[in-house]
Design a protein around this ligand. Structure first.
Ligand code: ADP
Ligand code: MG
Length: 286
């Protein structure tokens, strides 16, 4: 579906390549998440996959095409939702989708259905310029889905989304995956990546440092934490303490809390992207 080998990309005027010998394989029907610090090359990689950046070395096979030489049929089969998507600002959300639908020769999806799916039905008559960042992002996803693509590429689709919209997006993407769509997305949001993706790849300095399932990554690199809320005394205020899950059974303070009967709630916490990066790359991201 997507296969890159020894992909190197250097922007004109740059001393170092942004992507340095990257190898990657994404199967049909997979949701693949690209993670990495700001500036690590995530958007560049997506732009190579869409055929927009052509002056790379190595091979990049996308849906059977070499990305740099992709023909018109290629653009009928991929859907692209990038950061700060450009819309006709004076057109309504719905009219934007109707306009972009005309660019597809066949099987274009009903724009109103897409707006409903992404929770934008009530915003259909708002002008693009009136939409919030999160709404624009969702409208961008609608646009990317218009042609019912085989491959969907989304750059930071969860940015600006509230938890409810994020959940809705997750349902939409999972539905498309079930229908065989392949999805590649970038995100800064470790929680979203864990919930959404079948596999995640970590870009560090333009190389794919690690590719695995989110669960395996969290197990290997994420510090798993149990957050315990307890009442300090019978009528006291709520206090929060955190314990590392590893070895928690032998933790005297945790045992003491368990026996006190004052625990109100316990939750495991996801490792943050920062923590995982700290472990993988030995460095902290901004
Ligand atoms: P990410 O999406 O992971 O934040 P990008 O792919 O946008 O990273 O950028 C990777 C690197 O390439 C950065 O150092 C950035 O400054 C550089 N870069 C991005 N676009 C251009 C461009 N058009 N010309 C020169 N350098 C660029
Ligand atoms: Mg980016």
């Amino acid at each position: 579906m997507v296969e890159a080998r020894e992909l190197t990309y250097q922007y004109a005027g740059r001393v170092e390549p942004t992507l340095g010998g990257l190898t990657l394989r994404i199967a049909r029907g997979e949701i693949f998440g690209l993670l990495g610090p700001s500036g690590s090359g995530k958007s560049t990689l997506l732009n190579v996959l869409t055929g927009r950046l052509k002056r790379y070395t190595g091979t990049v096979n996308v849906l059977g095409w070499e990305a740099a030489a992709a023909g018109p049929g290629f653009y009928e089969r991929i859907g692209v939702g990038f950061e700060s998507p450009g819309f006709y600002e004076r057109f309504t959300a719905l009219d934007n989708l109707r306009h972009f639908r005309r660019l597809y020769s066949s099987s274009a999806t009903d724009p109103e259905r897409l707006l409903r799916e992404l929770g934008l039905a009530e915003s259909a008559q708002l002008k693009a310029e009136q939409l919030s960042k999160g709404m624009r992002m969702r409208l961008g996803v609608c646009r990317a889905l218009l042609g019912d693509p085989q491959l969907l590429l989304l750059d930071e689709p969860t940015s600006g989304l509230d938890p409810k919209s994020e959940e809705r997006l997750r349902q939409v993407l999972e539905g498309r995956r079930a229908a065989g769509m392949t999805i590649v997305l970038t995100t800064h949001n470790m929680k979203a990546a864990v919930q959404l993706c079948d596999r995640i790849g970590f870009l560090v300095d333009g190389r794919m440092q690690l590719i695995d399932t989110p669960q395996a990554v969290m197990q290997r690199y994420g510090e798993r934490i149990l957050r315990v809320e307890h009442a300090e005394s019978e009528d006291g205020a709520c206090q929060v303490e955190r314990f590392a899950l590893d070895g928690i059974g032998a933790n005297a303070r945790f045992q003491q809390l368990l026996q006190s009967g004052r625990i109100m709630a316990m939750h495991t916490e996801e490792a943050t992207l920062e923590q995982v990066f700290g472990s993988i790359a030995g460095r902290v991201i901004q």
